[in-house]
Design a binder for this molecule. Structure first.
Ligand code: FES
Length: 56
């Protein structure tokens, strides 16, 4: 599922970036470019980040 339409980033990409060590929204922004344009995806990105962190 697409989370960030501006950058075309999916939930799966966010999850694997978190598994690779991007443990904050800032790090996800840097590594994927997610939430760097309109910002509408920030809250969903944060949710996915939190959920994924509970698994790691
Ligand atoms: Fe992610 Fe616009 S949808 S920055």
């Amino acid at each position: 599922m697409y989370v960030c339409l501006c950058k075309g980033i999916t939930d799966t990409q966010i999850q694997s970036a978190v598994h690779d060590g991007a443990h904050s929204l800032g790090k996800l922004r840097k590594s994927l470019g997610v939430a760097t344009q309109c910002g509408k995806c920030s809250s969903l990105t944060r949710e996915i980040l939190d959920e994924t962190l509970q698994e790691v």
